[in-house]
Design a protein around this ligand. Structure first.
Ligand code: HEC
Length: 275
């Protein structure tokens, strides 16, 4: 009996050690208990070693004992496993539908990222307003305008392309390209599905930023030459004006425009004005 006690204590110490080590290493509680239970099972095996051996059996009796032993194991495992959470195909189907659903609605974003984008969009809105104010100030040749809200007066200089503000505009444009999944239908810089739409690298050689924006706003406004069927069927979605702000469309158009001539070998079909 003393020997059994000793083994039990060793088992508890080892099990506790594993439990705490797992905890210290940041394992979730389930794993802590799993490690502890391994030690417990080991202890039971060591305790069983001390049980006096059975009388040797032979013949039908022996065969029956073996069958009974395996029968008990089967029932034990089966019952144990049935207590654990079960795989439910309906559950998986539901998850898939959710993922597909959000991809279809064009919004594969998780809520955190969406917040981030909204924040960036707001910042961009401010930037565009500031730019517009600068351009106005330039056009009228008037003195620098003071910003509403008490911001420092803006000097009457248009930022160089690639400058701080211009760079941000382009960044937001690129974000919109990803966000609105234009790449699903359009190839750009050799990337993206050219599934249904033309390659857009050189769109800026035909259209101004304002015109590209118009095409995004109203896909019926221009038609890519050679894509008559697609244009008639309205393959390019007519939804961007509903899901994008004006400044986002401008940012995207500016970004697209900036590729003009960088890759002269790419053939972007000529847009034909329709409206
Ligand atoms: C579901 C597919 C699809 C998506 C998504 C899509 N487009 Fe298109 N787009 C087309 C097709 C097809 C055409 C050619 C027919 C036409 O001009 O409408 C086209 C044409 C264009 C053209 C004119 C190209 C030319 O050479 O005249 C521009 C610019 C354009 N798309 C920009 C965009 C932008 C920017 C986005 C993302 C906001 C976008 N498209 C999303 C299918 C798509």
């Amino acid at each position: 009996m003393g020997k059994a006690m000793f083994k039990l204590v060793i088992g508890l110490v080892v099990g506790g050690g594993l439990w705490f080590t797992a905890k210290a290493m940041g394992f979730p509680p389930v794993y802590q208990w799993a490690f502890f239970s391994y030690a417990a099972v080991g202890t039971v095996v060591f305790l069983l070693l001390d049980i006096p051996s059975m009388k040797p059996q032979s013949g039908w009796g022996a065969a029956l004992s073996v069958l009974l032993f395996f029968g008990l194991l089967c029932v034990g495992y089966g019952a144990g496993a049935s207590l654990l959470p079960q795989f439910d195909p309906e559950d998986e189907k539901g998850k898939n539908a959710k993922v597909l659903g959000s991809a279809k609605s064009g919004n594969p974003l998780d809520p955190w990222k969406a917040d981030e984008v909204i924040q960036r969009t707001k910042e961009l809105d401010e930037k565009v307003k500031e730019l517009e104010a600068r351009i106005k100030a330039l056009g009228s040749g008037s003195a620098p305008v003071a910003q509403p809200g008490g911001a420092a007066p803006v000097t009457a200089s248009v930022p160089a392309p690639g400058g701080a503000s211009g760079g941000d505009l382009l960044k937001v444009g690129e974000e919109q390209w990803q966000l609105q999944e234009c790449y699903n239908c359009h190839k750009l810089r050799g990337d993206g599905g050219k599934k249904r739409g033309p390659e857009l690298d050189n769109i800026g050689t035909y259209l101004t930023i304002e015109e590209i924006k118009q095409k995004i706003f109203d896909p019926k406004s221009f038609m890519a030459e050679g894509f008559e069927k697609e244009w008639e069927k309205g393959r390019m979605p007519d939804k961007f004006k509903d899901v994008m702000s004006d400044s986002e469309m401008i940012a995207l158009a500016t970004w697209l425009h900036s590729f003009a001539g960088k890759n002269p070998s790419v053939i972007t079909p000529k847009p034909i004005k329709k409206k």
